[in-house]
Design a protein around this ligand. Structure first.
Ligand code: IPM
Ligand code: MN
Length: 357
């Protein structure tokens, strides 16, 4: 297979981990005789520095003409001035919207050998296997917002807004995934307060009842979900929710496997390229030190092979290589629990060596 993949290293540890993701993709290309061509483009703070825009048009165009995009992370203290007219995060929101990536898929899976790296007790975390579907191009992230004068100074507002079609398409995608797993779908909302949530509940309930009768459907209020996610995480299979709730819950969920450095994510639309990234962010405090965990990005590369290139065996080869490296005891510092650790590039090379066996 010939495929064009755009790399968006971004800021902070982004470039370090994307380099390791690319190493893994190249190893897969050699082993399975594919030809991947890479184009590296700017996004985020580095793009603001170079062009004044967090998402230059050239980046959007390159992404649109590719099969898939592998992203590192955006943002950092350098661009954090709240009065700045453009922020790195705006680049991320814009590329999601431009590529119509309405579904952010975040698997949260506890690795047996890492269970003790979790801040939670082994008996809670063991066996956790959750698939989050976070709606990504709607809700309060994209609703009308602004500021206006107020007798006390100013007032500011953001608007949460969703329509039937937006809820239907993400519910379908999540329910389809549930069918291929343990057939349970939990829809998370705040229907006791928010009108938007009451629409979510009506629409998603109808879709599952009419189109996915074999899927067990339950609803949970987001505050209760925040509790249940750490008190009985094993009781969840697929979770679907709106943009802001999903943002918060997936960070909480990321603590289950111990380190955010292990978690990949895929942002998908109904057609066109998907965007794959680690969920950990730019981690400016450790940028440039060569100690970041590249496994989330390497696992994101596996998701890229699976979802955008339909290369299931190749995706599994990467996942198995990561398993083997962990089982052999290799750790980056975030998951080493004080024991000996390897660098970012050593970890990447260990995965490549496994792939080459
Ligand atoms: C994420 C991030 C982004 C979000 C930020 C960087 C805009 O937190 O991908 O979860 O809120 O969606
Ligand atoms: Mn987030």
């Amino acid at each position: 297979m010939d495929a064009k993949i755009v790399l968006l290293p971004g800021d902070g540890i982004g470039p370090e981990v994307v380099a390791e993701g690319q190493k893994a993709l190249n190893a897969v290309a050699r082993k399975f005789e594919h030809r991947f061509t890479f184009e590296t483009c700017l996004i985020g703070g580095c793009a603001i520095d170079a062009t004044g825009s967090a998402l230059p048009d050239a980046t959007t165009a390159a992404c649109k003409s590719s099969q898939a995009v592998l992203l590192g992370a955006v943002g950092g203290p350098k661009w954090d001035d709240p009065r700045a007219k453009t922020r790195p995060e705006a680049g991320l929101l814009k590329i999601r919207k431009e590529l119509q990536l309405f579904a952010n898929v975040r698997p949260v899976k506890a690795y047996d050998v890492l269970v003790d790296a979790s801040p939670l007790k082994r008996e809670i975390v063991e066996g956790v296997d959750i698939l989050f579907f976070r709606e990504l191009t709607g809700g309060i992230y994209f609703g009308e917002s602004g500021r206006r004068p107020h007798p006390s100074g100013e007032e500011a507002f953001n608007t949460m807004i969703y329509n039937t079609a937006e809820i239907e398409r993400i519910t379908r995608m999540a329910a389809r995934a549930a069918q291929g797993r343990r057939k349970k779908l939990t829809q998370v909302d705040k229907a006791n307060v928010l009108e938007v949530s009451r629409l979510w509940r009506e629409v998603s309930q109808r879709i599952v009842r009419d189109e996915f009768p074999d899927v067990q459907y339950e609803v949970l209020l987001v505050d209760a979900m925040a509790m249940h996610l750490i008190s009985k995480p094993r009781s969840f299979d697929v979770i679907v929710t709106e943009n802001l709730f999903g943002d918060i819950l997936t960070d909480e969920g990321a603590m289950l496997p111990g380190s955010m450095g292990m978690l990949p994510s895929a942002s998908l639309g109904s057609s066109g390229p998907g965007l794959y990234e680690p969920i950990h962010g730019s981690a400016p405090d450790i940028a440039g030190k060569g100690i970041a965990n590249p496994l989330a990005t390497i696992l994101a590369a596996a998701m890229l092979l699976r979802h955008s290139l339909a290369l299931e065996s190749e995706a599994r080869a990467i996942e198995a290589a990561v398993d083997n490296v962990l089982n052999a005891g290799h750790r980056t510092v975030d998951i080493a629990a004080g024991a000996k650790s390897v660098s970012t590039s050593e970890m990447g090379s260990l995965v490549v060596a496994q792939l080459e066996m």
